[in-house]
Design a protein around this ligand. Structure first.
Ligand SMILES: [Zn+2]
Length: 439
């Protein structure tokens, strides 16, 4: 598997070097006044074009090429073709968002080893504890793939591709699957819940529930500190002197990486359980829209972590409400969910971050800051339904809505195509509406 991932990297780097060389050559020729038709022919940046160039040269560049599946090279070339397209689109103004840089070479040390198979024999064995991948053959799984196997057996899923990657010292295989889903409805279709994502708690719901961060997180962090100290006492690699790391350093580094991966897994597990529960229970979910990039620029580290969790919670809620027949409302970025009183609606001008209690000067309400925010978010849903266009039809993602005379901006649903072993990735549209609230 590592050889396949390495082959993907080699193909990527070779093609990138080729693309750069041709670009530089043409630029140099232009500077000498060579006519446009006499320039070195440009290289196609499409996947097909790059693949053709690679296949012509691979016997010289990579004489070992028959040892790995052609899908390995395809993985690297596909990534490069996309990266080049993103860069070109970004430069020509065809792509929204932050400017995309020119593709960079992949380092063996820093790249996550990964390879994607799109064709050939990809299947789950009848015992559900093995998968078969092209060239790699039969691989033993740590967890049963029964959920995926059941869907494959009854014909409600079709495997599109399989990706193998090394993460936290373990190899994972994830399948992109086309799925037929049954229409579902949440347990309480009429209920509304506001979700406030915070620093202290993973989330605070307007139902009064406080969702804690996974409890083992703190213990794991103690272990991470001690492993980090242990690692620093061992003989590590030194690029200047060319010193190789000791075996003990390598073992300690693996232990530290495992501990980090465990924290990430705990957090991911907590998030998934939370969003699944909310999406299967409530008909309407309201979250706030945070300016995540803006916040990354000027807030403290704790805030970063909360924001990362926030973006992920919103992403998961978007596709899980789609699966479960609910709807997700996103409050306007400027809606003062923390500063508004959930009792009387008075808006404070100032509320410092350290003030954990909300005290209303108008009606005397005293409540927890995050709970107050979640109640305000939930209240937005009622405002939206009376001011807006009534009940929301399911599975409409790009509908424009007028609230208080303002036009809500259009928003595309986020889609992903990677599931874990034995899970099914999201499919189809998400029910996501945008809510512009009065300030
Ligand atoms: Zn009040």
């Amino acid at each position: 598997m590592l050889a396949h991932a390495g082959a993907a990297r080699v193909a990527h780097n070779w093609a990138l070097a080729k693309v750069k060389a041709v670009m530089d050559q043409r630029a140099a020729e232009r500077s000498y006044g060579v006519a446009e038709e006499h320039l070195t022919p440009s290289l196609s940046w499409s996947l097909a074009g790059l693949r053709k160039a690679w296949n012509a040269t691979k016997p010289e560049v990579a004489p070992w090429w028959p040892e790995v599946s052609k899908e390995a090279f395809n993985t690297g070339l596909d990534a490069l073709a996309r990266a080049l397209k993103n860069w070109a689109d970004s430069r020509n103004g065809k792509r929204a968002g932050r400017p995309v840089g020119f593709p960079r070479f992949r380092s063996r040390r820093r790249t996550t080893p990964s390879v994607r198979f799109t064709t050939g024999a990809i299947r789950v064995e009848p015992d559900r504890m093995h998968v078969v991948l092209p060239r790699l053959g039969r691989l033993k799984l740590h967890e049963s793939a029964r959920k995926l196997a059941r869907r494959l057996d009854n014909g409600t899923a079709r495997i599109m591709s399989a990706t193998v990657r090394l993460d936290g010292g373990r190899w994972h295989v994830s399948f992109t699957v086309e799925v037929d889903r049954v229409e579902r409805t949440p347990a309480h279709p009429g209920s509304v819940v506001g979700v406030d994502v915070g620093i202290k708690h993973l989330a605070v719901l307007s139902t009064g529930e406080l969702v804690d961060n996974p409890r083992h997180l703190v213990a794991a962090q103690q272990r991470i500190r001690s492993l980090g100290r242990a690692l620093s006492r061992k003989t590590g690699p030194d690029r200047r002197t060319g010193r190789r790391p000791s075996k003990r350093w390598e073992r300690a580094a693996t232990r530290l990486a495992r501990a980090h991966a465990r924290v990430a897994n705990l957090r991911r597990d907590g998030l998934h359980k939370l969003t699944t529960r909310i999406a299967t229970t409530h008909g309407t979910i309201v979250v706030e829209d945070l300016n995540v990039t803006g916040m990354l620029a000027n807030r403290k580290l704790a805030r970063h972590i909360a924001d990362a969790g926030f973006a992920e919670i919103r992403r998961q809620l978007a596709y899980k409400t789609g699966w479960n027949g609910g709807r997700l409302l996103i409050a306007d970025r400027w809606y003062p969910s923390s500063k508004t009183c959930s009792g009387c609606g008075t808006v404070k001008t100032k509320l410092a971050l350290h003030e954990r209690e909300y005290t209303c000067n108008a009606c005397g309400l005293v409540t927890d800051r995050d709970r107050n925010a979640s109640l305000n978010l939930a209240a937005l849903a009622a405002k939206f339904d009376t001011a807006g266009s009534g009940p929301v039809p399911a599975r409409r993602a790009d509908q424009k809505t007028h609230v208080h005379g303002q036009v809500a901006t259009k928003r595309e649903p986020g889609t992903t195509s990677v599931g874990q072993t034995g899970t099914v990735p999201p499919q189809g549209g998400t029910t996501k509406r945008v809510l512009t609230a009065a300030h």
